[in-house]
Ligand binder design. Structure first.
Ligand code: ATP
Ligand code: MG
Length: 590
């Protein structure tokens, strides 16, 4: 997984990454030079006179000062120090912004790529997927991937700066640097097993946070029922269990991550104390040596600890990257055929034909949801699809929309099979009002124009009048510009249905599918809609799925589904839905 992650980040923007790394080296060098400047300072303060261990560097520093033409005085050294620190600070800031560009850009690219794959995935993919999991991956998981990228850049930076520091340290004192390195290496080996535990905790935290998203989505969706049944305490209890788990996993990770730093500090202090003890006991160590020793330990050992902390943070975030990749792969394996450029919409002049169509949902154990469906929907006519609940009516509508495809048999539009790119060519001419109406948290206007961005004001009002919603919208506080609320909750069920119908009609479809689209309307409004629909008679092909007698009265043809099968005989339908008249059913079977 780490390899995949590294390849993905390298493929993202190698140029920016290289600039950032070059800056890191430059900054590291800056720090190294800062370190070296300490030596002339020490010399100037007279500290270096006893042992002169870094005499070479002092001489070089004096040489550089002479070469630049600066006097080797305390003031000039300090001025140079301020200039260098300022340059360093500016470059650090630039690098921080650049790194954010890389990390946020990488996350954004992943997010956009996933969303494109999501939008192009077929409907069956969504049937198998939890909405909350998609939200979780797109938000929390990808945010963690961004965090891991930040850690990765910092990790590379730490390695590079460490190399510079080690180089400088080697110039100061080879044995002391080696001593610090060996100590760091030993700590690294001892604390290594913690890394795999961190990776495991990353998985646990991801699962816990996925549950949190699921709980939140479900609880919000069902809040009305929860409140009306007084189930709040139960919901709160369940929610708190999930949040407890998230906290537990987060704390566990922090405990390990900080343990690393703690043990490094303890280890460094112990090693330094031992070193001091032996140096003082057995003597022979210059004051500058001791100072440099402290400095090296202070600089090099924390680097090892930082290194491991970065590694742990990346390991902790990798399960999120894995989750995101797996979801993307799932979307990609379910991609719909792309519509060819310049392809025309499918026209419907004769009929839609279902021939021996079989379909079953992936979750159903072998049983057909729709079985051997052979029927036709004549163009320009209204066909009513009736039958008891669970009979397969909405499934048939989904097949007609190309949202799902038959496992056997075929569906044709004027003889053109509804498959591959034809599905998109067909959908562009279809108006669909689903059983559960869906509206955005936006204005009426935005909700309508979403389906038809080029629609003019007059088109909107025409569609609203066709769906018997004109008066209702005029009565809203801001008319077309009234905000409908989350999922349209500020409207009644019937009002939502009328807006959804207007949206479908706005597209001037050649085929209109109404899946119980008037079920929430009173008789008056339903009659008005049916009147509008009947005015479209002859111009568009309509499939009305309904339970009510009044909805299907004007239909030219009737198809009945029961347990996924077409009912062949009127009397069979009568026994299932006795209150329905079944005029035309036999005709439909022909
Ligand atoms: N996503 C799904 N996964 C598995 N089974 C499903 C899915 N959607 C529907 N079904 C099953 O398929 C059958 C037909 O469902 P469908 O929604 O087509 O019925 P319907 O005739 O529209 O019913 P209603 O009148 O209640 O809307 C039902 O038994 C249902 O349980
Ligand atoms: Mg249905």
């Amino acid at each position: 997984m780490l390899n995949q992650y590294l390849r993905a980040i390298i493929a993202f923007d190698l140029k920016k990454i290289c600039i950032s790394l070059v800056l890191t080296v430059a900054l590291g060098l800056g720090q190294g030079i800062g370190l070296v400047m300490l030596v002339p300072l020490l010399t100037l303060l007279g500290l270096g006179k006893t042992g002169e261990p870094a005499g070479g560097i002092s001489t070089a520093a004096v040489g550089i000062f002479e070469w630049v033409g600066l006097p080797f005085t305390l003031l000039s050294i300090l001025c140079l120090y301020v200039v260098m620190v300022s340059l360093h600070a500016a470059a650090t800031r630039y690098q921080a912004v650049l790194n954010t560009r890389i990390t946020s850009g990488f996350t954004q690219a992943l997010r956009n790529r996933m969303y494109r794959a999501l939008c192009r995935a077929d409907w069956t993919c969504f049937l198998e997927m939890k909405t909350s999991s998609v939200v979780h991956v797109m938000t929390s998981d990808l945010q963690k991937v961004g965090f891991a990228t930040q850690q990765l850049l910092q990790l590379i930076g730490t390695v590079m700066i460490s190399l510079v520091h080690i180089g400088v340290a080697l110039l100061l004192s080879v044995p002391m640097t080696l001593f610090a390195l060996v100590c760091g290496g030993i700590f690294l080996m001892i604390l290594r097993p913690l890394n795999s535990r961190v990776g495991r905790f990353g998985h646990y935290l991801r699962d816990a946070s996925d549950s949190l998203y699921a709980a939140l989505t479900e609880h919000l969706g069902g809040m009305k029922v929860v409140k009306s049944l007084g189930l709040e305490p139960e919901n709160i209890r369940r929610f708190e269990t999930v949040t407890n788990d998230v906290t537990l996993q987060t704390v566990r990770f922090t405990a390990i991550n900080t343990a690393t730093r703690m043990w490094y500090q303890v280890g460094a202090a112990t090693a330094l104390s031992l070193f001091f003890y032996f140096a003082v006991t057995f003597g022979g160590m210059a004051a500058t040596d001791l100072l440099i020793m402290i400095f090296l330990f202070a600089r090099i050992l924390p680097r090892f600890s930082t290194l491991q902390q970065h590694v742990q943070r990346i390991a902790h975030a990798l399960p999120s990257f894995k989750g995101a990749l797996e979801m993307e792969k799932q979307f990609q394996t379910h991609q719909e055929a792309v519509i060819p450029a310049g392809a025309k919409n499918l026209s419907l002049n004769h009929e839609i034909c279902f021939s021996q169509v079989y379909f079953r949902y992936p979750q159903t154990n072998g049983a057909w949801t729709l079985e051997n469906i052979t029927c036709s929907l004549p163009a320009g006519k209204t066909t009513a699809l009736i039958g008891p609940s669970g009979g397969g009516k909405s499934t048939l509508a989904d097949l007609l929309l190309g949202l799902i495809t038959p496992d056997r048999g075929s569906i044709t539009i004027d003889g053109v099979p509804l498959q591959g790119p034809h599905i998109h060519q067909w959908r562009r001419t279809v108006g669909y009002v689903p059983q559960d109406t869906f509206l955005f948290h936006d204005t009426v206007r935005a909700n309508l124009m979403w389906a038809m961005p080029e629609a003019e004001e007059a088109d909107l009002w025409h569609a609203l009048s066709q769906s018997a919603a004109e008066e209702m919208v005029k009565g809203l506080p801001d008319g077309l510009d009234t905000i409908l609320g989350d999922r349209g909750v500020r409207l009644s069920g019937g009002e939502r249905q009328r807006i959804a119908l207007a949206r479908a009609l706005l597209r001037k479809p050649s085929c209109l599918i109404l899946d119980e689209a008037t079920s929430a309307l009173d008789q008056d409004n339903q009659a008005r809609i049916m009147d509008a629909v009947s005015r479209l008679h002859g111009r568009i092909t309509i499939l009305i799925i309904a339970h009510r007698q009044s909805t299907i009265q004007g239909a030219d043809k009737m198809i009945a589904l029961h347990n996924g099968k077409l009912l062949q005989k009127t009397r069979n339908l009568k026994s299932i839905t006795p209150r329905l008249k079944t005029k035309g059913l036999e005709k439909a079977q022909k």
